[in-house]
Ligand binder design. Sequence first.
Ligand SMILES: NC(=O)c1ccc[n+]([C@@H]2O[C@H](COP(=O)([O-])OP(=O)(O)OC[C@H]3O[C@@H](n4cnc5c(N)ncnc54)[C@H](OP(=O)(O)O)[C@@H]3O)[C@@H](O)[C@H]2O)c1
Length: 195
Amino acid sequence: MTKLILITGVSKGLGYAMTEGFIKQGHTVIGCARSSEAIEKLRQKFSAPNDFTIVDVANEPQVEKWANHVLGKYEPPDIVINNAAITNYPAPLWQVPSNEFSQLIDINIKGVVNIIRHFVPAMVKKQRGIIVNFSSGWGRSTSPEVAPYCASKWAIEGLTRSLAQELPALYGSNSSQSRDYSYRYAFYLLWRISC
Ligand SMILES: NC(=O)c1ccc[n+]([C@@H]2O[C@H](COP(=O)([O-])OP(=O)(O)OC[C@H]3O[C@@H](n4cnc5c(N)ncnc54)[C@H](OP(=O)(O)O)[C@@H]3O)[C@@H](O)[C@H]2O)c1
C-alpha cells in the first residue's frame, strides 16, 4: 500500500536519497529544505502529488504555514521523517561561536520539535502514523570537536524516548510501539501512534 511520507531536508544527502527511493517505490513524498534551487529541481523531477516546499525547520511560522498547506491538501502523513540537521565546524567547544551553536540547536533540536508540534496532532487525531527522528552514532557516543552535534543528537534520543512514552499514556492507545533501529552510522528512533 502506498504511503504519504513527509521528510525534512530533502535537498541532498540521505533526505534526497530517501525521496528518490520512496517515489520509485510508488509512495508520495512531501518534502522541505531551505535551498530554493534544490526545491525547484525536485519539483521538476518529481511531479504531483509529490510536493516540495522551501521551509526552514528552525523557523516556526514557516513550519506552521507548511503544515497548514499540507494538512489542508492531504490526509495527515503516514510517516514523518525528521531528517534535516547540520553539523558544527569541528572545534573544541569553547571555540565554537555562540551563533553557530545556537543555529545548530535551533535546527537539530527545535526544528524537530517544530515539525512534531505542527504535524503530530493531526496524526494523533487520526490515531495512526509513524514518526522517525534521525539520531546518530554521536547520539550515543562522543568525540572531540563535535560537542554541539553530539549534544543535539543526545537530545534527540531523550526527547524521542519521552515522546514515545507520552503518546500511549495521553491517548490511550494500547498499540503504540517504540522501536529503535540501529545501523552502522545512524540510529533511527521511531514509534507508531497506532498499528
Ligand atoms: N551522513 C551520515 O553519515 C550521518 C550519520 C549519522 C546521522 N546522520 C543524520 O542523518 C540526517 C541526514 O544527514 P545527511 O548526511 O544526509 O545531511 P546533509 O547531506 O548535510 O543534508 C542535510 C539536509 O538537511 C537540510 N537542512 C539543513 N538545515 C535545514 C533547515 N534549517 N531546514 C530545512 N532543511 C534543512 C539540508 O538542506 P538545505 O541546506 O537546503 O536546507 C539538506 O537537505 C541528519 O539528521 C544527520 O544528523 C547522518
